[in-house]
Design a protein around this ligand. Sequence first.
Ligand SMILES: Cc1ncc(COP(=O)(O)O)c(C=O)c1O
Length: 388
Amino acid sequence: MTSREIALQLDAADPLASFRDEFFIPDQSLVYLDGNSLGRTPKRTIERLHQVVEKEWAGDLILSWDHWLDLPRRIGDRFADIIGSRPGEVVLHDSTTLNLFQGVHIALNLRPDRRVLVVADDEFPTDRYVVEGIAHDLGLTVRSLRPGIDLSDVAVIVRSVIDYRTAEMVDVASFTDEARRAGAMVLWDLSHTAGAVEFDVHALGVELAVGCTYKFLNGGPGSPAYTFVSHELQSMVRQPIRGWFAQKDQFAMERPFEPFDDIRRVLLGTPHILSLVAAEEGIALSARAGMGAIAAKGRALVAYAMEVIDHLGLTTSTPRDTARRGNHVAVHHPDAPVLLRRLAERKVVADVRPPDIVRLGLSPLTTRFTDVWDGLATLDDLIRSNDS
Ligand SMILES: Cc1ncc(COP(=O)(O)O)c(C=O)c1O
């Protein structure tokens, strides 16, 4: 049997195959393997946006704020099905970058006697920039995350669960535990995690996390990010941006700032309603499919991709251990940017992470095993003609 025949068989046996029909896919022949930078468009999102614009915005106008006001928290409650949070522990708001900024400050305020921040040199750029910027402004020290690092004087570590290039997954339970024993807080970035793999904040001991909704959760371009703060921490949260959406009795107006005692303390200003309802539909789809089934398909897609990579003799840095990786694969080639352009000409969409990675995102609700084969076989073909 050829690899493509194996892929066809895997597609035929895929219990999530029907979920692809939940998405609006104008060109079925496009091999879309960039699902983790911008997930596909749920059909329900298109209908819902239409309905919210026409009925709630145009029709009900300002009266709609009655039920819009609490959307960041109501949608946040749906993260119970995605990351195991409890009701009232997640709000959707702003961008991951802003939420990282708030999250570092929240953690710093909980460790006022410590002056060291930790981030890896190869962490996602925005995470590093935020940490370095805060350290610069407050006169703190940044220490690079390395194996065996001393955490005994560290206030906060910012760390991605899944590496944005290789998909390597951190052992979250053991790192969180190590940090806690050293008295340090960890702010986890779940951007490549939520909606891709199974994750249980409480089982793993996570207290503070942020992430985006536009990748595996199919929330749409620029959809709002989220902040998770465990119930135990919430009343102690102090964050640097005082906005009126964090304020108790918000519309009483002439009051000094006195924030809610709950997760709404991290909110700032007027929520982006159209983006929120779009995100809600994407999150609802993942919740309906179930993270167990999504994660199982993700593991199968990546395992198949790794077999094909080996079969074709391509080079990868994605871990071999199935328990230690997320849902994308990294193929290395010195001419990655040229290959990316040629892939696009052959209707295969991937992305490049410098200097030499062609990254292929495998999104369990929409990616077929045949897409994996077609994408990698095309890449291999292009590499052979490029190298000859
Ligand atoms: C790990 C990680 N953190 C943060 C971000 C970006 O955050 P923002 O939505 O603020 O641009 C990304 C975007 O791809 C990411 O992969």
